[in-house]
Design a protein around this ligand. Structure first.
Ligand SMILES: NC(=O)C1=CN([C@@H]2O[C@H](COP(=O)(O)OP(=O)(O)OC[C@H]3O[C@@H](n4cnc5c(N)ncnc54)[C@H](O)[C@@H]3O)[C@@H](O)[C@H]2O)[C@H](O)CC1
Ligand SMILES: [K+]
Length: 495
């Protein structure tokens, strides 16, 4: 079952896979027209009442199909008229406008309701309710609200497009059928709340490829995209290595965080600061993380509601891993766990919300499924994703397995991020991914944040490789990718 919000993302993913909104709208309108023919009495007058969004666009396509007559024999549709609530020059999307123009060009009976108080529902046998679909926000406004009452009061058979107008598919509390729909033709998948309505609901296949749901795409970025500059990343890492925490912390800033802190041993603090003036480095005594440091680190992270990134450059010294374990046992907020710190997660007791980002080797060391890179083929990939899903369910945390295809699972939902270039197999890109995930985790649910982060990271590589002449990005470094993150995160999505 898909919420309206997720449906819009799947729609955008379909477009990125080459199935345009116009193609989907054609299938949608066709499906509604078929249902209308099925339920309309002989000599019917059909009145399509359309809004200015894509739900209205589906209504225009419906009208075109019905107005064309029945190619095989007698039609039960005598007359079709389309009433647009509002002015045609205010139609909100290109694809809806093109379908309106096509009705006008075909000399169909179309009317613009320019004065919102002037609309009264004409006599009809069937009313097609194409006022509002999944794009509704807030309570229904005029003139749709009055039109809905008129539909509910009429004797006509009401066929709603996708959802009854006024029904909010994203907020199941607001389930309602203000238009009195007798039939609902919903697209691709049933929406939450529809089965509870007193209406005959049909699901129409409109040709959205399964990959638009299974593969992470630009629509998923829209779902996790920060809309304000807030949040603090707190990278607990560094010691034996210094580049990794610096990259993760910088990536978090590029993904919208307001401040990015690195807690690191005094011995390497200056070096980490030296990589980037934008970071705030908080040194602690010694040359690596030990249990002595943990209380203060947890206290800081909790006090400032930080999103923690635990692990980059931390090394594998026993006392550092013991400290990482103690940290997560005490910490209750959100954290990305990466690199060596992953080894402590399988038998960990924690109240923290974790996103674990292992590569294939680290996954195996966590007790997860073993497989070789690169993986290929649909069947092989399906087998691997099933195993990763089972592992994530067992672990009780979101797992993002890095590879040529990244696999993200929360134990119930599993998606593949098939994006990136061969050159990204360079050191440091995993640290970027951890930092981007932290940035998105500030605003989105952990699974959605991890999916979007995997896509953004890979897409940044593609954008850069393209600019470098399609080299497969073989000369890319992780540092190069940092400045590509914002363009992908905010520049490419429709939202
Ligand atoms: N993948 C699919 O399922 C497909 C869906 N299609 C159809 O597209 C709509 C969603 O279209 P969208 O343009 O996003 O939004 P709507 O048409 O539902 O609404 C936008 C429209 O409504 C106005 N508006 C918003 N809130 C209110 C309100 N509270 N009161 C009054 N008016 C409101 C807003 O200003 C806009 O003008 C989906 O349901 C399907 O029908 C595709 O055609 C095929 C693929
Ligand atoms: K509708």
């Amino acid at each position: 079952m898909l919420t309206g919000r997720r449906m819009a993302a799947v729609d955008e993913n379909a477009a990125a896979l080459g199935v345009s909104q116009a193609q989907l709208m054609e299938s949608s309108g066709n499906a509604v027209a078929r249902l209308v023919r099925e339920v309309a009495p002989p000599d019917s007058t059909v009145v399509v009442v359309a809004g200015r969004g894509n739900n209205g666009g589906d209504g225009f396509v419906t009208a075109r199909f019905l107005d064309g007559g029945e190619p095989m024999g007698e039609s039960n549709i005598e007359h079709v008229e389309t009433h647009l609530l509002g002015r045609a020059d205010r139609i909100g999307t290109d694809v809806a406008r093109r379908n309106w123009d096509a009705l006008v060009a075909a000399d169909a009976d179309v009317r613009e309701v320019r004065d919102s108080t002037a609309f009264s529902l004409p006599p009809a046998d069937v009313v097609v309710d194409a006022m509002l679909g999944t794009g509704i926000s807030g309570a229904m406004r005029e003139p749709a609200a009055t039109a809905a009452e008129a539909m509910a009061a009429s004797n006509a058979t009401v066929v709603s497009v996708d959802v009854p107008s006024g029904f909010d598919a994203t907020d199941p509390d607001a389930n309602a059928n203000p238009v009195g729909a007798d039939y609902v033709v919903t697209f691709h998948d049933i929406k939450p709340g529809l089965p509870e309505l007193d209406a005959d609901c049909r699901v129409a296949d409109i040709g959205i490829p399964a990959a638009a749901e299974r593969l992470v795409g630009p629509g998923d970025v829209g779902l996790a995209q920060p809309t304000s500059r807030t949040g603090r990343a707190y990278v607990v890492g560094g010691g034996p290595y210094t580049g990794a925490p610096a990259l993760a912390a910088q990536a978090a800033l590029r993904a919208g965080m307001e401040l990015s802190f690195v807690a690191a041993p005094t011995g390497v603090a200056d070096e980490i600061q030296g990589y980037a003036a934008d970071l705030i480095v908080q040194p602690y005594d010694g040359d690596r993380l030990t249990p002595d440091h943990v209380d203060e680190l947890v206290e800081t992270a909790e006090r400032y509601d930080d999103v923690v990134v635990l692990g980059p450059g931390l090394g594998s010294a026993d006392e550092s891993l013991a400290a990482a374990r103690q940290f997560l046992e005490a910490y209750t907020g959100p954290a990305i766990v990466d690199a060596e710190a992953l080894s402590i997660v399988p038998d960990l007791e924690t109240e923290a919300t974790l996103v674990c980002t292992p590569n294939a080797r680290e996954l195996e060391r966590m007790g997860g499924p073993a497989f070789d890179e690169p993986r290929s083929g649909r069947d092989e990939m399906a087998a691997i994703t099933d195993e990763i899903e089972a592992f994530a369910a067992d672990l009780g945390h979101v797992v993002l397995v890095k590879g040529a295809d990244d696999v993200v699972s929360d134990g119930e939902r599993t998606r593949i991020a098939r994006v990136g270039v061969p050159g990204m197999a360079v050191g440091g890109t995993g640290d970027l991914l951890a930092g981007i995930t932290a940035g998105l985790l500030e605003h989105a649910d952990p699974f959605e944040a991890a999916c979007a982060a995997a896509y953004v990271n890979g897409r940044a590589g593609e954008v850069l490789a393209d600019r470098w002449g399609g080299s497969g990005g073989l000369g890319i470094t992780a540092s190069d990718l940092l400045t590509e993150i914002p363009g992908v995160l905010w520049g490419e999505s429709d939202d």
